[in-house]
Design a protein around this ligand. Structure first.
Ligand SMILES: [Zn+2]
Length: 400
């Protein structure tokens, strides 16, 4: 048992079983070995004198069908430099309630499941599991390397239901999270640019973001050489909400007296918003039926695909031509929602054209947005920004 346990500096004094509820426990009594060198956990110096000792209950990995609890007389050494300090142990960190190998197992489990599930699996407190995961993420990720960043993307996401937001900043080239902070106002994202510092701010060439955010003003203030680029994913999402949904609801209302036709249009919600390339054959047929039956829906659907194409223009010249054409068609459509959207989009042309010079992977922000939702489901409820933000960083550690 002692050999398997590997509790350096201790020997096994006794083993006993205990039944607690449904669980069978193995209690391992340890005693410090005499005549071994002991080191201060503060300064690492070898210290012979023991200041005091107190027995701690420490959880270790389960053995066969048993949960394992160690009884460890923890020694505080009388260090000349540090005063009374815990003895340094290779298998147990100071003030930890679990052995290092159990902590490592919990942290590994936390990479694939929630803290709560990891805690239940090992029968430990969720707060303990969270603290373990936090420390492990922190040491694994280390400080963020901000050097050599030239293109970033910024996005907001909701932290809680209601209106509490946070901002995430991503290095586009290396697909890693650089910064996460509470809020989405200019003042709230300023700490990122301050941490980046004037020199690295000047190296930024392009910043992708949603329209209608406060970010662009802050980017212009700190980053003299950066172009603001509006992200396709957000523009298309906005188009779906404001144009396609509006037209779909209007079409359904017009069909008030034709119940089957109305149902077809109402059910088309997801068909219309989804990327046609991802539809299955049967869905494509349904979509075609809906569009056939309704000219306005067909028009806004085609206009959505043409709007997307603006992000793929290869030259500024072809972009300008496509942009003008799109606006002309929007105006001729006589669909109020579309005309209004086109009018609101017009002032943002610079940020859309910039996409031609600074091609960015437009799915990046969408992917991060989706991933954050998943992390929120898993880490939600801990009300701990620092932990939540670390989990986001861990999900996008970068390409190296
Ligand atoms: Zn010391």
């Amino acid at each position: 048992m002692a050999q398997l346990g590997g509790w350096d500096g201790y020997r096994v004094e006794g083993l006993r079983h205990e039944q607690r509820g449904d669980l069978r426990w193995l209690i391992v009594e340890l005693v410090p070995l005499d005549g071994v060198a002991r080191y201060c956990s503060g300064c690492g110096a070898s210290v012979a004198a023991v200041h005091d000792r107190s027995v701690r209950r420490i959880r270790d990995l389960p053995v066969f069908e048993h949960s394992v609890e160690l009884r460890v007389p923890r020694l505080r050494l009388a260090c000349a430099a540090c005063g009374p300090r815990l003895q340094r142990l290779a298998w147990l960190d100071p003030h930890c309630r679990v052995t290092r190998r159990l902590a490592e197992s919990v942290a590994r489990l936390c990479t694939v499941t929630s803290v709560l599930h990891a805690a239940r699996w090992y029968g430990i407190d969720w707060k303990t599991a969270k603290a373990i995961d936090f420390r492990s993420l922190e040491s694994r990720l280390g400080p963020v390397d901000l050097d050599g960043v030239t293109r970033i993307a910024m996005d907001e996401f909701a932290i809680q239901k209601g209106h509490r937001y946070a901002t995430v900043v991503v290095d586009v080239a290396r697909k890693r999270v650089l910064w996460v902070g509470r809020g989405r106002s200019r003042a709230e994202v300023r700490p990122f640019f301050e941490r980046l510092g004037p020199e690295r701010c000047a190296q930024l060439q392009a910043v992708a973001m949603d329209m209608n955010t406060a970010y662009d003003l802050e980017v212009r203030r700190h980053c003299p050489n950066a172009r603001v680029i509006y992200d396709l994913f957000h523009v298309i999402a906005k188009y779906g909400r404001e144009v396609i949904n509006r037209v779909r609801v209007d079409a359904a209302n017009q069909l008030r007296h034709d119940k089957p036709a109305r149902r077809v249009v109402k059910r088309a919600h997801w068909l219309l918003l989804r990327n046609p390339a991802n539809l299955q054959a049967s869905e494509r047929i349904r979509l075609a039926e809906v569009l056939d039956a309704n000219q306005s829906l067909l028009a806004v659907h085609v206009m959505k695909e043409q709007l997307k194409a603006l992000w793929n223009a290869s030259t500024a010249w072809s972009w300008r031509k496509a942009w003008r054409q799109w606006h002309a068609q929007a105006n001729e459509s006589e669909i109020p929602a579309l005309m209004h959207f086109a009018k609101c989009l017009r002032p943002y042309w610079r940020g859309i054209l910039s996409r031609v010079r600074w091609p960015m992977h437009t799915g990046l922000l969408e992917g991060i947005n989706n991933r954050i939702k998943v992390i929120k489901r898993i880490a939600y409820g801990y009300r701990d920004d620092a932990y939540f933000f670390l989990k986001i960083r861990a999900a996008f550690p970068g390409l190296g």
